[in-house]
Design a protein around this ligand. Structure first.
Ligand SMILES: [Fe+2]
Length: 297
């Protein structure tokens, strides 16, 4: 019998394409001269910590794969294509080639159905993987050394409301944890989202001109600091209980369900998360953070 699987890390891994642009990796066409360093240094430190932890797979839930009828999972072993960000084609034209842990995806799909959720496997080999999935995975593992499981965001927040989304994301988190445990995998979860998310609607001639970068609104900064404080103090249930307010007042990207899903899968940890970095990107608030359950034990 295979060893019991477990979640070895739960990472808040936001996906502004600007961070990939500023790193100038070989996969991305546009070139930058600098930019958003505090976040990129945060990701660097996160990667150094992750390198110390044995793991088999990244499981990511992205706000930019939007499905209205249930939660979908990539169900083809390999995807290879060019991803062009629809909003920032000047910053992100990224060649990707990634492997999918289809067996684990199918197991999460089955457990999600057992929770009463609507779920389906995405079997189209020509499907274009969304940039949220790509950016969070790239920044966590630029070499793409591990397979991934990618889960869509069921837009229950938009179609019904944040509370319905949260109920579903909590159930999906339970399903994910059970599937990982049965799989024998050592999994890293990625909550691919910013915190506050109202952003600028214009761009300067040089996108990486940091003299223009700041939070859009003071109210957003207050919400970001409150969320970070709660995550660092392990007040995760409390955070989820006020996520409706954060999401509506700070236009949080938490509307996608990624953060609620991850915290639920981790069993609402009371051990605080490590903060690797905070910074704004086109006015949105982004924190790179990590829960390390084995460290807590
Ligand atoms: Fe986004």
């Amino acid at each position: 019998m295979a060893a019991r699987g477990r979640i070895v890390a739960g990472l808040l891994a936001p996906h502004p394409p600007h961070l990939v642009y500023a790193e100038n990796p070989p996969q991305n066409e546009p070139r930058a001269e600098c930019g958003w360093e505090t976040l990129r240094w945060g990701y660097e430190r996160l990667r150094a910590d992750l390198a110390q932890v044995e793991h088999d797979v990244l499981v990511v839930l992205s706000p930019h794969w939007q499905t209205y009828v249930g939660w979908h999972l990539l169900g083809v072993p390999r995807f290879e294509s060019l991803s062009v960000d629809p909003v920032f084609p000047n910053l992100f034209r990224y060649r990707y080639a990634l492997d999918v842990d289809v067996a684990l995806a199918e197991a999460i799909h089955e457990e999600a159905r057992a929770e009463g959720l609507v779920s389906s496997m995405m079997r189209n080999p020509d499907f274009r993987v969304d940039y949220g999935t790509l950016v969070s995975c790239h920044l966590t593992d630029p070499a793409w050394s591990r397979p991934i499981v990618a889960i869509s965001s069921c837009r229950a927040s938009a179609y019904y409301g944040v509370d319905v989304m949260q109920e579903q994301a909590i159930a999906l988190g339970r399903a994910t944890a059970r599937a990982i445990e049965a799989s024998g995998r050592r999994a890293v979860l990625l909550s691919s989202n910013s915190l506050s998310h109202r952003h600028f609607t214009t761009e300067g001639p040089l996108p990486e001109d940091m003299s223009r970068e700041h939070i859009t609104h003071h109210g957003q900064h207050l919400w970001d600091m409150k969320a970070i404080r709660m995550l660092r103090e392990g007040r995760t249930r409390e955070l989820v209980s006020i996520l409706h307010e954060l999401t509506t007042q700070a236009i949080g990207e938490t509307d996608a369900g990624s953060l609620t899903w991850m915290l639920s899968a981790l069993g609402f940890p009371t051990q605080g998360a490590e903060l690797y970095g905070y910074g704004t990107v086109i006015g949105t608030g982004n924190a790179v953070m990590g829960f390390w359950p084995e460290r807590a034990a």
